[in-house]
Design a protein around this ligand. Sequence first.
Ligand SMILES: C[C@H](O)[C@@H](O)[C@@H](O)[C@H](O)C(=O)O
Ligand SMILES: [Mg+2]
Length: 457
Amino acid sequence: MPYPNKKGLNIVQVDVKDVRFPTSLGGHGSDALHTDPNYSCAYVTTTTQNGKQGFGLTFTCGRGTEIVVLAIRSLKRFIIGKNAAEIFSKFSEFWRTITNDSQMRWIGPEKGVAHLAAAAVLNSLWDLWARIENKPLWKLLLDLEPEELVSTIDFRYISDVVTKEEAVQMLKAMQNGREERVNFLETNGYPAYTTQVGWMGYSDELVEELCRKYLDLGFTHFKVKVGRSVEDDLRRATVVRKCIGDEKVLMVDANQAWDVEEAISWMKKLAHLHPLWIEEPTSPDDVLGHAAIAKALKPYGIGVATGEMCANRVMFKQFLQSGGMQYCQIDSARIGGINEILSVYLMAQKLNVKVCPHAGGVGLCEMVQHLQFWDYVCLSGSMEGRLIEYVDQQHEHFTDPCVVEKARYMAPKMAGYSTKFLPGTVEKFAYPNGSEWKRMISEGVFPAPDDAELVNE
Ligand SMILES: C[C@H](O)[C@@H](O)[C@@H](O)[C@H](O)C(=O)O
Ligand SMILES: [Mg+2]
């Protein structure tokens, strides 16, 4: 596929907004450590000379979004004045300029706020590319030749596991049967699981009610938050198991609550409920700790899932190599955009680990569906044991919300990466000056922001 014509594609503006939703009011999204998340994002709009726009975001939990917004502003210098078509044709080079600037890399490198900012910017550029091509993002990925797709990836630090040449071979090897897989996706979609039933802040009654609702909607896999107290977890997980029955699948998520030994002994107490996986049992940086937990829980049939806070491809590499991750939960907004996520998919495929993307946060379901669709058509060729997380929150704010029917993600059809907000959303939920925030602050529902939070222009 040829790259777009350069004409008119000089980038003239990069705008960023701090957008927050008051989800903490209902305990939506709450877990053992994030007890009051306000689902939020730093929302980037990239505009070219001829008026083409790309929309991208990174997910956050409320406070701190203002810091990500400032980090994104610091990246503007590397983008404004560049030609978008040139960026796409030398994407890995551009990726390195924004993730490894000689002065800025000190505040990363390739991790934390710096990388969240890079993710938002890169997501907006991929969205822009797909919009220029007038294709949904997953179709853009499908239409890139293996060499072109691989040319977007920076292989530094991972070539001991997968090289550029191997990556091209892996993609070429999957070219047979592509059309059938595309047809299958367009007709049947891709399996989803729900996390909506078991947020930590929900009462047992609500958990039960939601289990029934999601059973009726056709869901077969249910994830529940754990890690507060063993008694609570046992009670809540039992409510879910009873409601969904023995045939359906239960997963549990501790969001980093435990020490390594604590995770093992705690999970042994939940083992009779047969969870498929324990997600983020301990620090997201503790590769060997995860491997030890996985080893200890294997006899119980419990795997370890992690990735939503995995800092970059190097950390993913070690998790995948060490047996610390049986389910690889790539996140579309934490590591450096599609460029870096593709490298994680390639390593996971090579090391035989299934990718089950993390989603649920603002715009994450919208994005990861494209990536998993690409994986199915072009890389793994399989849906077996793979699921995309689904949470029913904030979809109503997007122009192209994900569509989940009978517990399956249906193929996005509109151009782009599905990350454009509806016109009214930013006006209402920009923090702190959007109309909804002004109202909630004046009514005393939330305290007034402090100086540091006043970043929306
Ligand atoms: C704070 C967030 O809602 C997390 O609890 C959420 O991302 C969660 O870990 C998940 O797996 O969906
Ligand atoms: Mg999780």
